[in-house]
Design a protein around this ligand. Structure first.
Ligand SMILES: Cc1cc2nc3c(=O)[nH]c(=O)nc-3n(C[C@H](O)[C@H](O)[C@H](O)COP(=O)(O)OP(=O)(O)OC[C@H]3O[C@@H](n4cnc5c(N)ncnc54)[C@H](O)[C@@H]3O)c2cc1C
Length: 395
């Protein structure tokens, strides 16, 4: 099987490599939305290395939808220390949702500043009693004249403390069956009645929040899709999230760093990489990564040929990719021996503690975006045709 992209892409790859060489030393300073970050984001757009296929009128590069070129850009950027394009829930999840389901006014208003990193978004889906069973959510919105009035509580809202906007799921038709009573709204985070409370994590950081919403008023036009059809919109957004959670190109770089680390660390004078027990674990990770790279090519070809729906292959990316990264980072921690147990401010830390931090981060991603048990349910029911889970009466 020939897995090369073909000689017609060689010039394009050379262009990307040359841009990366010229800009590799770029350093971004300041918090999200700072001038240098917005400028860098715009430079990437102007050169077609970010938002490549998004139309110019919405702030994108306006290029053709050549998926192989997108793949080449991702591969080359992943290999280099060059600052990557900003990501986040607005760019990865909301923009593609608005492009397919938003009104023209919403596209004009939100896509460009989101791509430039001027508006950050958070995702208001989960509630204290609605996580895996998201459709049971209870936060409600009622139409009062030309405004929605929102009341309820959200939880685990990542980056709500940094965000200007939130895409939020609310119940607008309380009498409809649970999947049909939901709407998808765009809520400005400076609206009155929003109380954000940070959740302290075991790492000591607070990356997510609780949101308490009391009579929050937002314009009626801030609805995406039809009233009561928010479940469809929410799932479109989740599909984009799952596909973006564990890029095998990035994992390949991480594997290369792990191999370097295992060559440098020693136990009783022997390199860790030469110890059979560590070597076995490394090879198992390498084999599974190769399978994921093949799955990435499968997604690529089904997108190009438009023969198959790539959504289930993206569920596999989320399921396998997050677990593999967690295991890979865990192997590095074990390879460092007692240094692997250090955290944060120790002078003996390797790589500023990146292995430990990423290990914890990927544990979170195994749960976030829908837990991996739920991904297995989706694969077994929708791809393998296994029987559906029994429904609880009245739920
Ligand atoms: C790092 C991180 C970031 C997050 N960011 C956001 C965010 O920005 N916005 C947002 O809205 N939410 C966010 N979440 C919340 C996330 O979506 C939920 O945690 C997730 O959907 C699981 O819901 P839950 O925590 O209520 O667990 P539960 O649904 O209570 O699940 C508990 C356990 O039961 C298992 N389980 C439940 N139902 C089934 C079933 N039918 N079959 C088999 N097993 C089952 C689950 O797999 C899990 O192990 C984030 C979570 C994490 C960890």
């Amino acid at each position: 099987m020939d897995l090369e992209y073909g000689p017609q892409y060689d010039d394009f790859r050379a262009e990307v490599v040359s841009f990366i060489k010229e800009n590799e030393k770029t350093k971004l300073t300041g918090p999200p939305r700072s001038e240098s970050r917005v400028e860098w984001q715009q430079k990437l757009i102007d050169n077609g290395y970010f938002a490549r296929s998004i139309p110019k009128e919405y702030g994108g590069y306006g290029g053709d939808m050549d998926i192989i070129k997108l793949r080449i850009i991702a591969e080359e950027f992943a290999k280099s220390p060059i600052p990557k394009p900003a990501g986040g829930q607005g760019i990865q999840m909301l923009v593609p949702t608005l492009l397919s389901l938003g009104t023209e006014e919403q596209k004009q208003e939100y896509i460009k500043p989101t791509l430039r990193g001027e508006i950050l978004w958070c995702q208001g889906y989960s509630e204290p009693n609605s996580g895996s069973d998201l459709a049971s959510l209870q936060t409600k919105a009622e139409l009062d004249g030309d405004e929605w009035v929102i009341n309820g509580q959200k939880i685990w809202t990542s980056t709500a403390h940094l965000s200007q906007m939130c895409f939020i799921l609310v119940r607008t038709e309380p009498d409809a069956p649970k999947h049909q009573g939901i709407s998808y709204l765009l809520m400005p985070m400076d609206a009155e009645g929003i109380d954000r409370r940070p959740i302290k994590q075991m790492t000591g950081d607070s990356d997510f929040n609780e949101l308490f919403l009391t009579d929050v008023r937002i314009p009626a036009k801030n609805i995406v899709g039809a009233r009561g059809e928010g479940w469809k919109v929410a799932n479109a957004t989740l599909g984009h999230e799952r596909g973006s959670l564990a890029d095998p190109n990035v994992t390949q770089n991480r594997l290369n760093s792990l191999i370097d680390l295992m060559k440098n660390e020693t136990i009783d004078g022997q390199r860790v990489i030469d110890k059979p027990i560590f070597r076995d674990r490394l090879l198992s990770i390498q084999g599974r990564l190769m399978a994921q790279q093949s799955n990435a090519l499968r997604i690529l070809s089904s997108q190009i040929n438009k023969e198959q729906d790539a959504n289930l292959a993206k569920v596999i990316v989320k399921l396998q990719g997050t677990e593999l990264r967690h295991e890979l980072e865990g192997l590095a921690i074990d390879a460092m021996g007692e240094l692997g147990t250090l955290y944060e401010d120790s002078p003996h830390l390797r790589d500023n503690g990146a292995w430990q931090m990423t290990y914890m981060y990927y544990l979170g991603l195994i749960i976030g975006g829908g837990t991996n048990q739920i991904q297995k349910n989706i694969i077994s029911e929708r791809a393998l045709g296994m029987p559906k889970e029994p429904k609880i009466q009245g739920a």
